[in-house]
Ligand binder design. Structure first.
Ligand code: BJW
Length: 236
């Protein structure tokens, strides 16, 4: 097998499920209990900011809670990156910080970060571990009432797309982990990687929407499948 010099890994909510965080579209997922259009669009935030802030405040409290920690899948990715001599980019759709806590270094939160807040007036982003509300003041511009979760809602542009597509164009291995393949542009990354001639692999609990686009697939819980697959990966 040819040498592997450049790897892009895409992760989704499935990788954090064994850490106790809900996915979105599974039977027990977030969208089974709350409507997307009520909490995850700019229109929802304009219409009912209190409702949207409460949704993210509850998830933020859960994330900083003592019982949430990286699982063996997060740890395996960080360990692999530390020992890999080539280019490694981890792109996560997740807004949790479990990859960072596991030790991942070169990574992009394309859908934002729950533990950050952004000012709608000046655009400054600040670390935020407490509840967020209308009275909060931006630490940069000092204005109150403009702070929102630093997340990407439907209809908004995901972060660092230029850097992601540049890495996809160069990669020779693309691995998609724990994502249902329902949400674009992330769901289209496998096609960009294929166009670059990359080997494409899906590691998921079950076949995703785009399963047929991958050359290889292993199905099972991320906490088992990801450590096993990366331990066996021969990069040449
Ligand atoms: C396990 C497991 C275990 C379980 N082990 N696995 C019509 C056609 C095409 C596109 C569009 C369209 N109309 C609108 C659009 C665009 C829209 C979109 O994609 N809509 C679709 C729903 C149709 N996208 C956007 O609006 C995006 N912006 C955009 O497109 O900008 C324009 C643009 C143009 C060109 C280039 C670039 C940009 C923004 C999308 C924002 C998504 N936001 C959310 C919320 C973020 C904040 C928050 O967390 O609250 O992001 S929605 C939600 O879905 C969240 C996730 O990151 C995202 C993906 O979900 P994910 O991670 O795949 O989770 P699940 O639950 O779906 O799947 C979990 C998987 O894990 C399952 O397969 C399980 O089996 C598996 N699993 N347990 C391993 N133990």
């Amino acid at each position: 097998m040819a040498e592997t010099r450049s790897i892009v890994v895409l992760t989704g909510a499935g990788i954090s499920r064994e850490s106790g965080l809900h996915t979105f579209r599974d039977a027990d997922g977030i969208w089974a209990t709350v409507k997307v259009e009520e909490v995850a669009t700019p229109e929802a935030f304009a219409r009912d900011p209190v409702r949207v802030q409460e949704f993210y405040n509850a998830r933020r409290r859960g994330l900083v809670g003592a019982d949430v920690a990286p699982n063996p899948a997060h740890l395996a990715l960080a360990e692999f990156e530390a020992g890999f001599a080539g280019d490694f980019l981890l792109v996560t759709q997740n807004i949790d910080d479990l990859h960072e806590r596991a030790g991942s270094r070169n990574m992009i939160h394309m859908h934002g970060e729950l533990l950050k807040a952004r000012c709608g007036f000046c655009g400054n982003t600040a670390g935020w571990r407490n509840d967020l509300g209308a009275g909060d003041v931006c630490p940069a511009c000092g204005k109150a009432g403009g702070m929102r979760p630093h997340v990407v809602w439907f209809g908004e542009m995901p972060f660092e797309m230029d850097r992601i597509y540049a890495a996809l164009e160069e990669c020779d291995l693309f691995v998609s982990i724990g994502t249902s393949g329902n949400v674009y542009p992330a769901a289209g990354f496998v096609q960009a990687a294929r166009m670059a001639g990359a080997r494409t692999v899906e590691l998921n609990l079950e076949p995703s929407e785009g399963a047929t686009l991958f050359e290889e697939a292993i199905y099972g819980p991320a906490g088992t499948v990801v450590p096993d697959w990366f331990a066996a990966l021969d990069t040449g």
